[in-house]
Design a protein around this ligand. Structure first.
Ligand code: ACO
Length: 354
């Protein structure tokens, strides 16, 4: 078989088909054919999760059944709580990856197990975050997916903020062959189990070039006293050829529709907010200097900050949502499976004598 050379990072390479999500010719992100920003504007996050997994929005009875399936796995195993107390780690993504790996799941069937894993994410994240900071886990609440997640992540009940969070959860839910989804598909393609596949995805999401970016944005951001200081920061980074987290995307080269949607939501929350003005100054300067657009993570970090969510929970929140995209891709990979195993061009030594 003749070999095909592809660009580094598989940039622009189509490796398989998907019916889950795509970006259309106008730059809109589509989930199962619907515009993601329209879903974010009008639909409940749990319904969008159902859509992504099942390829259709739920009927009333399907909605109830889906909520029931998520709720039945919303608790925490007592032994796992004990393990959490032994973890000295404060990095929530690291703990989430470990706990997802060892959790004693109840489901026997793969499809139930995938949903069980997704259902357990918010509780695992909330408990490990609180326990690692010497706090007691929160009592659960009977609420919608977004309201419960907002409560578990902040300890507060706030229907308005939960409505804002609902939108972000939808925008984070799926993005075709991004790095974590591709990692999941590679693992699934070996016929490894659902837990191993989701752990691969989680481990990949953690990196700062992918989902981990949203946790790093406020670090450089909050210290700026005015727009001029923010612009100077961009100039210095560009001059030294360093990357700024929250900018650039493999797919969106001029505009990330999710970032612009979230920006408008921030404007609705408080267009006079200092942080919003700094953000716009950075975005404009980056475009002027590098022609690189803000990605979802840039405005999502500011959005979550304004919603009162702790920075350590930004990437885990992304994971709590993206896990539904991973489920769809796990199923799709197995429907027409072929092991993903590329070749490499050898550039090492040959003919060495012992
Ligand atoms: N800051 C400064 N310049 C950038 C940035 C950035 N964040 N991102 C891209 N560029 C520049 C590159 O330096 C390069 O410029 P050059 O041609 O002058 O060398 C050009 O834009 C193309 O960038 P690549 O890194 O080659 O693009 P690629 O598609 O390989 O990478 C990636 C995409 C990894 C997202 C990249 O833009 C990046 O590292 N961004 C910062 C991390 C980040 O925000 N990640 C979140 C992604 S979105 C998400 O996961 C929801």
């Amino acid at each position: 078989m003749s070999e095909i050379e592809v660009p580094k990072g598989l940039n622009g390479v189509v490796v398989d088909e998907t019916a889950v999500a795509t970006t259309d010719d106008s730059g809109n992100l589509l989930y199962r054919g619907y515009r993601a920003v329209e879903l974010a504007e009008r639909v409940d996050a749990a319904d969008v999760a159902y859509l992504i997994v099942n390829d259709r929005l739920p009927s009333d009875s399907e909605r109830k059944e889906f909520a029931h399936r998520l709720k039945e796995h919303s608790g925490m195993d007592g032994k796992v709580s004990e393990v959490m107390k032994l973890l000295k780690e404060k990095d929530v993504m690291r703990n989430l990856r470990s706990i997802v790996s060892l959790y004693p799941y109840e489901s026997k069937d793969d499809s139930d197990l995938l949903l069980e894993i997704a259902a357990r994410f918010p509780r695992i994240i909330s408990d490990t975050f609180r326990i690692s900071r010497g706090q007691e886990p929160l009592e659960d609440v009977d609420a919608s997916f977004s309201e419960r997640l907002y409560y578990l992540f902040t300890g507060k009940k706030d229907a308005e903020k939960a409505r804002y969070l609902n939108k972000l959860l939808i925008l984070y839910m799926e993005h075709e062959f991004n790095a974590s989804t591709f990692a999941l598909r590679v693992t699934a393609s070996t016929l490894a189990d659902p837990v191993s596949s989701i752990v691969s995805a989680l481990a990949t999401l953690k990196g700062p070039l992918h989902g981990g970016a949203n946790a790093e944005i406020l670090d450089f951001f909050l210290g700026f006293k005015d727009e001029e200081e923010a612009r100077n920061y961009v100039d210095e980074k560009v001059a030294s050829k360093e990357k700024i987290m929250g900018f650039g995307h493999r797919v969106y080269k001029t505009r990330d529709p999710r970032a612009q949607f979230v920006k408008e939501e921030i404007r609705k929350m408080d267009k006079e907010a200092h942080i919003f003005k700094i953000a716009e100054a950075i975005e404009n300067r980056m475009w002027e200097k590098k022609k690189v657009p803000a990605n979802l993570d840039f405005y999502a970090a500011i959005y979550m900050h304004m919603l009162g969510i702790d920075q350590n929970l930004y990437t885990p929140l992304f994971a709590s949502s993206r896990v539904f995209g991973w489920i769809a891709h796990y199923n799709e990979q197995l429907e027409g499976n072929k092991i993903i195993r590329p070749s490499s061009r050898y550039v090492g030594k040959t003919g060495r004598e012992l």
